[in-house]
Design a protein around this ligand. Structure first.
Ligand SMILES: [Zn+2]
Ligand SMILES: [Zn+2]
Length: 140
C-alpha cells in the first residue's frame, strides 16, 4: 500500500496528506453512513491522526453515535464534500472517505460493518469479512 496518502474535496479547496498508511479500511452500511453518503454505504479508511495534515476551510458537524461517542465530521465549506471524521472514542485516528483520495485504487477493505441495516440493493463483495454491527472489540 502507498506510503504517503493524499486527497481532498471535489472543488479542491480542502486538501489533506498522511505520511503513514491506513490503520484499517472498510465499508459501513449503518444508517448514519447511509445519510451522510446519500447512498447505501460509506467506504472509509482510518488514518493515524499524528501523521494526518489538512488545509482549507471546513464546516464541522457533531453528533452522538449509538456508542455514546461524540463524532465530529468535517466537510468542505464550499462544495460540501465529506473530508474526514473523528470520534471521541478513538483519539488516535481520523476516518476519511476513500472517494476523496487522489488514488482511490489503493483502498483494500479489511471488513464491512452494519450488514444488519444494509439496503437490499446495496451489495458488498461477499469475500470481505462482514459484521452485523460493529466488530467485536479489539478489532479496531
Ligand atoms: Zn470543496
Ligand atoms: Zn457507518
Amino acid at each position: 500500500m502507498a506510503e504517503k496518502i493524499s486527497g481532498g474535496c471535489q472543488c479542491g479547496a480542502v486538501r489533506y496528506e498522511c505520511s503513514e498508511g491506513p490503520i484499517v479500511a472498510g465499508h459501513c452500511q449503518c444508517t448514519n453512513c447511509q445519510k451522510f453518503s446519500g447512498t447505501g454505504h460509506a467506504t472509509n479508511m482510518m488514518l493515524p491522526k499524528d501523521a494526518f495534515t489538512v488545509t482549507g476551510e471546513m464546516t464541522r458537524y457533531e453528533y452522538t453515535a449509538d456508542s455514546g461517542n461524540t463524532m465530529t465530521r468535517f466537510f468542505c465549506s464550499k462544495c460540501g464534500s465529506p473530508v474526514y471524521g473523528a470520534s471521541s472514542g478513538n483519539p488516535a485516528g481520523v476516518m476519511i472517505r476513500v472517494g476523496g483520495l487522489d488514488d482511490p485504487a489503493i483502498f483494500e477493505a479489511n471488513f464491512s460493518l452494519f450488514s444488519d441495516s444494509a439496503q437490499s440493493w446495496d451489495h458488498i463483495d461477499p469475500s470481505i469479512k462482514s459484521f452485523p454491527g460493529m466488530p467485536p472489540k479489539p478489532a479496531d
